[in-house]
Design a protein around this ligand. Structure first.
Ligand SMILES: O=C(O)CCC(=O)C(=O)O
Ligand SMILES: [Fe+2]
Length: 200
């Protein structure tokens, strides 16, 4: 996988880029089906904010349900995992980001106004999360479903619909963002890439 020049340029200038058709429609639909099956199996838990002793569930801040995804060879989620590995390598080679491992999370916003307040995924020197990459698998998303990802750029806000097979990549330490209230079930798979210097 290679990054396009305009993607590298957008990452440097605005701190983010977006790509439609990351895996192609067939694989995207299979990822959707596998993610939906995980939700249906009841394995997701209410997301908590902060870590360790401060851990708390505050649905006014975020009201999604999450689980961590492990690499599973032979599945579409496994192919997504491999695509994220390649994305990390491409970002390191093309944008000099020096990325290492990543965590992959499945998040389900059940609709009914589920949202995630404005926040930043990392602060310099804290968790060492460098890049956030979000892959959306919502086949029939319509504008009235809301649920846009709002990015706070220097130049103003930019809203992104969570449509099937769309990838959004941004610098975790740089961009505030939020999930606007979702009025239909919304599925996202998010990889957080760490810097190579972290030992975990
Ligand atoms: O699903 C999204 O669009 C963003 C979710 C998010 O910001 C997060 O989980 O930190
Ligand atoms: Fe976030």
């Amino acid at each position: 996988m290679e990054l396009k020049d305009d993607e590298i340029e957008a990452l440097g200038t605005h701190g983010f880029f977006m790509r439609d058709g990351f895996l192609g429609p067939e694989r995207a639909s299979t990822v959707h089906a596998e993610a939906q099956a995980l939700v249906g199996a009841g394995g997701l838990r209410p997301a908590s904010i902060r870590r360790g002793a401060d851990r708390t569930e505050d649905t006014s801040v975020r009201s999604d349900f999450i689980t961590w995804v492990q690499p599973q060879p032979g599945t579409a989620l496994g192919e997504l995992w491999d695509a994220f590995v390649q994305l990390g390598e491409a970002l390191s080679a093309g944008a000099y980001l020096g990325l290492g491992r990543f965590d992959l999370q499945l998040a389900h916003y059940p609709g009914g106004g589920a949202h995630y307040q404005r926040h930043r995924d990392a602060f310099p020197g804290q968790s060492n999360r460098r890049v956030t990459a979000i892959y959306y698998v919502n086949p029939d998303w319509r504008p009235e479903h809301g649920g846009k990802l709002r990015l706070y750029l220097d130049s103003g806000t930019r809203d992104v619909e969570p449509t099937l097979d769309r990838l959004v990549v941004f610098l975790s330490e740089q961009l505030d963002h939020e999930v606007l209230p979702a009025h239909a079930p919304r599925l996202a798979l998010t990889a957080w890439f760490y810097g190579r210097d972290v030992a975990r």
